[in-house]
Write a protein that binds this ligand. Structure first.
Ligand code: NA7
Length: 557
């Protein structure tokens, strides 16, 4: 919940006003730095980590991979970069993605515009000067005309409020903050709490290293094998040949990758066609199984066909039927929580050194210095891993003291859930732009292509404002409310609200339960944003800050 006691007001002067200050040096922030510099802006990027990469810098847990294919989950803005870089596997590991990101940072000389180990703690809009004053944990204040906030959708770890969570005397690890060098788990009794994507990716790898692994599962998730494989020389040749068309298809697609659903609803298929489509979806691998049928997220009958197919696959892998029962989700339609992409997850439960504890039947009572006490048993552990997710989508934004017009705090403005126009802007926060924010497709599409699209669009908006002599770009409460209501109404037409997912804010106690994303897909979103731009940036106010100040004064008088 918002904690106003943390609020501070940014004071102080700094020499030189930046055109653009970027918060965060992950995929989105790095491209923002590059593109803004190319556009001739004076840019500085502040990054909390000691290296660039954002989510891919911090989430270095064993088995961490992206669930979007590497050739799609990579920048498209530079053809030479695209052709020079060779991904070694269909789904890249975290170390390979991080080395790609470092390569990009070096290749485009981005580090000279980035300040590492510098966390933004507050930002104040100065109406009279039409600038943001951005304060860091080092006590510095940077002044910028515009802020592009790329602080990440999955960057604030969720530490679960389990009684005694700080009492454990052994080693405590978070998948989202895995230490380097990696801890040695050989010969250790390891417990892991959490079976989302991070748990599901790390469990098979930890099981191979640890003496014993106990998996504490509160809610099972669906997972589909990645069917990962090395990319051969022949693949590399073909990829280069197909890249332009692949990128074109991806940009107009829903998810930012070139795959399309079976042309018919599962309901309209005869049993053979349906099974063939499901088998094809399954062997395409991972999260893409969620796109087997076009109506899989709107029609429970279609969804149930996909669900039943996945359940049969799980039962075929897991030898103990009771364990299989525990691993099969029953609380949400398949895909309404992001389908996980695994390498050997279900088969891991056939190992002698792995045990599953179903916390729905046997909940955790408390954590003690020796391990985990559930209502029925005690588990002595040497290492306790938390794969317990994130305060997703809004957490990074609401933790900073961001003050807009009249001193309003962003976290207060969002107390009932995030309100944005197109995901980009919040009323009363002029010149503050969010990348992959709530109200945009963000995590529902390929984040790299989505980030490129958004950065290009926002830089064009800033250029348009500059050309008009407008130093203030803002959105009205009505426009933002209309956009937010529309996307929530669209979500109500789907199966997504049935899940207690982080898309809904449901994984964090006290967070408003609202669907936070734009569901129309990346291609439709990009086309709509282009339409808005062509219509003189409909919905955005491009004005002189002095005019706004006068208006406020008149209202006060
Ligand atoms: P997720 O998907 O949010 O998963 C977190 C897991 O942790 C999930 O199984 C939670 O169970 C579990 N959890 C959270 N709090 C508790 C407590 N108090 N007790 C027991 N279990 C708990 O995060 P991930 O990091 O795995 O994945 C996030 C995204 O990263 C993923 O969707 C991909 O896009 C990449 P719950 O479901 O809340 O019962």
């Amino acid at each position: 919940m918002p904690d106003s006691s943390r609020s501070s007001t940014v004071a102080g002067n700094a020499a030189g006003t930046l055109d653009i200050l970027v918060i965060g040096a992950g995929f989105a922030g790095l491209y923002a730095v590059h593109a803004a510099r190319q556009a001739g802006h004076d840019v500085l990027c502040l990054e909390a980590g000691s290296g660039v990469g954002g989510t891919w810098f911090f989430n270095r847990y064993p088995g961490a991979r992206c669930d979007v294919e590497s050739i799609d989950y990579s920048y498209s803005f530079d053809e030479d970069l695209q052709n020079d870089w060779k991904w070694s596997e269909r789904y890249a590991t975290q170390p390979e993605i991080l080395s790609y990101i470092n390569h990009v940072a070096e290749r485009f000389d981005l580090l000279r515009s980035i300040r590492l180990e510098t966390r933004v703690v507050a930002a104040d809009w100065d109406e009279s000067a039409a600038v943001w004053r951005v304060a860091t944990d080092a006590g510095e204040v940077h002044v910028a005309r515009h802020v592009l906030c790329a602080a990440g959708s999955l960057s604030v770890p969720n530490k679960p409020p389990i009684p005694g969570v700080d009492d454990f005397a052994g080693e405590v690890l978070f998948t989202s903050q895995w230490p380097e060098p990696a801890p040695d788990l050989a010969g250790k009794r390891v417990g892991i709490v959490g079976t989302g994507s991070s748990g599901i990716q790390s469990i098979p790898v930890i099981a191979q290293e640890a003496e014993e692994l106990t998996v504490f599962q509160r809610t099972p998730n669906f997972s589909v094998p990645a069917l990962n494989r090395p990319l051969t020389e022949e693949d590399q040749r073909r990829i280069r040949e197909e890249y332009p068309e692949r990128r074109r298809k991806s940009r107009v697609s829903g998810g930012g990758s070139p795959y399309v659903a079976h042309p018919k609803s599962a309901e309209e298929c005869d049993p053979d066609e349906r099974t063939a489509a499901l088998e094809k979806g399954w062997t395409t691998g991972g999260v893409l199984f969620g796109k087997t049928f076009p109506d899989q997220y709107t029609n429970i009958v279609s969804n149930d066909y996909a669900r039943d197919f996945a359940v049969a696959k799980i039962r075929a892998i897991v030898e103990d039927p009771e364990v299989a029962d525990d691993l099969i989700p029953s609380d949400h339609p398949i895909g309404t929580k992001r389908i996980c992409t695994d390498s050997g997850y279900y088969a891991t439960f056939n190992r002698d050194n792995v045990a599953l504890v179903n916390l729905r039947k046997d909940p955790i009572e408390h954590i003690a210095d020796w391990g985990v006490k559930t209502s029925e048993s005690s588990y002595e552990l040497d290492v306790l891993v938390f794969a317990t997710g994130f305060d997703a989508m809004t957490g990074a934004l609401t933790r900073m003291d961001i003050r807009g017009e009249g001193g309003v705090l962003l976290r207060d403005a969002w107390a009932d859930g995030p309100v944005t126009y197109l995901g980009y802007q919040v009323p009363a926060f002029p010149n503050f732009f969010i990348l992959n924010g709530p109200g945009s497709p963000a995590v529902l599409a390929n984040m790299v292509l989505g980030s490129e699209m958004q950065v290009d669009w926002l830089l064009a908006l800033i250029r348009a404002a500059d050309e008009q002599g407008a130093d203030r770009v803002a959105v009205s409460p009505d426009v933002a409310q209309e956009w937010t209501t529309q996307l929530q109404e669209a979500a109500e037409q789907t199966l997504f609200p049935r899940a207690n997912s982080w898309y809904m804010g449901a994984n964090i106690e006290g967070k408003p339960r609202k669907f936070m994303l734009y569901l129309g897909g990346l291609g439709t979103y990009a086309a709509f944003c282009d339409e808005i731009a062509a219509d003189d940036y409909r919905g955005f106010e491009l004005t002189a800050a002095s005019a706004a100040a006068e208006r406020t004064e008149q209202v006060v008088r």
